[in-house]
Design a protein around this ligand. Structure first.
Ligand code: HEM
Length: 513
């Protein structure tokens, strides 16, 4: 093509350059948003926004640093590529957004490139009234009586986990705990969710575990790049091409698993009282229980909720559990105090949902562990409608980020925040309600908090009954995290495990070495 009568440029090159210019313009066109609103923030680069800082520091540390730097500005804005993200650092403002005016901040960011059509009924993702209805229907799936009913299964699997750990500790006593605890949590979730015995403790490579792990890892690894650099109109195209945050084949595998489990139940006279049965019971479309028609679930919502259980339930609890065990092992004084408490209070009785309520120091240890390593180290809301907060206009659709990791490591709230000091949780009342939010806050907070806390308390108490633990030569402390994705440890969690000579009377110890 003849360009201005001067040079002969090939058409393809002209198209390419035009597309490039349009892309740069499009990706940069939002970068004045925060200036217009009078909100401070680091200067964005064309196209990249503030991605380079996140790449250099890692997501976790960039949230801690951002909070520290902008704390006294109450909020600051960054750009993920072209997407403005408003991080709120003021605790009163956060209470306003998450609790008092939560009706204006109901939803989360929508991941257009997430194989969305298979996941748009997941509780974490659904919006507005659908979210309200779904949350209300699922509300009683984890009542305290249902949680108690799950306990025998938990005790049985803990016993199996301790046997595996004892076997691994036989030689030098050195054990990597994160993978074994991960297998325990997966077996527990599969069991209480779907009466499925995937036996990851003895076969960690089973399909259910492999596929679930792959879905979680893909989400952790790919989200950053998808969200930063692909403009919204490109995401559906990528989706059509099969390029997604989540591997479609794995999602389909998990859906098929749920379908098969439901089909098997339709042939049986008696069914287990697990999470899947709860969902089936609440799905009038399946015609199983006419009393459940009011506010019932659709078949797609059953798939979404089953996936929620697998994806939200397993990894979070596993990490919560392994951080607590590891941190205690790295702090011998805290370990001894927690073990003494377990021995004195439980008197050899196996921990259960009721008796662990008396373990106040253990509770502090778990809180301190999820303070230091909050698995949801940030979470988000979007603004449903324009809202004025302390004189600042928050436009509709703005993404609001809650910098949990920053708040949890604020030295004005927690002295020596990078030290493990469970005693700081002896007095919870003087702290601002938004200063400790490992499970989020307000009506959209974590749905599985009670289940997760029960797993961690019972599991940790049983651990202390059965093992002595201490650092070993392979232990790394302070813990190093991977720079991207979820909160992922960058090394094995190795420690020394010695089965205790004095057995408690409860179940698992009969398997002592
Ligand atoms: C230690 C373990 C866990 C931690 C630290 C954790 C943390 C969180 C956080 C920070 C949020 C966002 C809250 C917000 O936006 O205000 C969340 C949401 C959620 N969590 Fe958890 N979680 C854990 C375990 C679980 C378990 C075991 C399940 C399910 C069985 C679960 C299911 C969910 C769901 C469904 C949501 C979305 C709720 C909604 O949108 O209504 N979580 N979790």
């Amino acid at each position: 093509m003849d360009f201005l009568g001067i040079v002969d440029i090939p058409t393809w090159l002209l198209i390419l350059v035009t597309c490039g210019v349009l892309y740069v313009y499009y990706m940069t066109s939002t970068h004045g948003t925060f200036k217009k609103l009078g909100i401070p923030g680091p200067q964005p680069l064309p196209v990249l926004g503030n991605a380079l800082y996140v790449v250099r520091k890692g997501l976790f540390d960039s949230i801690v640093d951002g909070y520290k730097y902008y704390k006294h500005h109450k909020m600051y804005g960054i750009f993920e590529g072209r997407t403005p993200v408003l991080t709120v650092t003021d605790l009163d403002l956060l209470k306003e957004i998450l609790v008092k005016q939560s009706n204006n901040f109901t939803n989360r960011r929508q991941y257009a490139s997430m194989a969305q059509r298979y996941l748009d009924t997941i509780l974490f993702i659904v919006k507005d009234n659908e979210w309200k209805q779904l949350r209300a229907t699922l509300k009683s799936s984890f009542t305290s009586s249902r949680l108690k009913a799950m306990h025998p299964k938990m005790a049985e699997l803990l016993k199996q986990m301790f046997d595996v750990l004892k076997e691994q500790a036989k030689d030098k006593g050195q054990v990597e705990i994160s993978s074994v605890i991960g297998c325990f949590c997966m077996d527990f979730i599969a069991s209480i969710g779907f009466e499925h015995n995937c036996d990851s403790l003895h076969n960690p490579q089973n399909d259910f575990m492999r596929v679930s792990r792959n879905v979680l890892d893909s989400f952790a690894e790919r989200t950053f790049f998808f969200e930063f650099f692909s403009p919204p109109f490109v995401k559906p195209v990528l989706d059509q091409l099969g390029i997604n945050i989540l591997p479609k084949s794995d999602i389909l595998f998990l859906r098929k698993f749920v379908t098969k489990a439901m089909e098997a139940r339709s042939q049986r006279v008696e069914n287990p009282d697990d999470f899947l049965q709860y969902l089936i019971h609440h799905c009038p479309g399946l015609g199983l229980d006419k009393s459940a028609t009011e506010g019932g679930l659709t078949l797609e919502q059953i798939y979404g909720s089953a996936l929620t259980m697998i994806l939200a339930g397993y990894d979070t609890s596993a990490k919560g559990f392994h951080f607590a065990v590891y941190l205690l092992a790295m702090h011998p004084e805290c370990f001894s105090r927690a073990q003494r408490e377990v021995d004195e209070v439980l008197q050899g009785e196996f921990p259960n949902p009721t008796n662990v309520g008396q373990l106040t120091y253990l509770d502090m240890c778990i809180k301190e562990s999820i303070r230091m390593y909050p698995l949801g180290f940030f979470f988000e809301r979007t603004c449903n409608k324009e809202t004025i907060l302390q004189g600042v206009k928050i436009p509709k659709d703005m993404i609001i980020r809650v910098p949990v990791a920053g708040i949890h490591s604020d030295p004005e709230i927690y002295t020596e925040p990078f030290k493990f000091i469970p005693e700081r949780f002896a007095d919870d009342k003087s702290r601002h309600p938004m200063a400790f939010i490992p499970f989020g806050a307000g009506p959209r907070s974590c749905f599985g908090e009670q289940l997760a806390m029960q797993m961690m308390k019972v599991g940790l108490a049983a651990f202390l009954q059965v093992f002595h633990m201490s650092p070993c030569v392979k232990s790394v402390y302070p813990i190093r995290l991977k720079p991207f994705g979820d909160i992922i440890v960058d090394h094995g969690l190795w420690l020394n495990l010695r089965p205790r000579q004095q057995c408690p009377k409860g179940e698992p110890v009969s398997h002592q070495l």
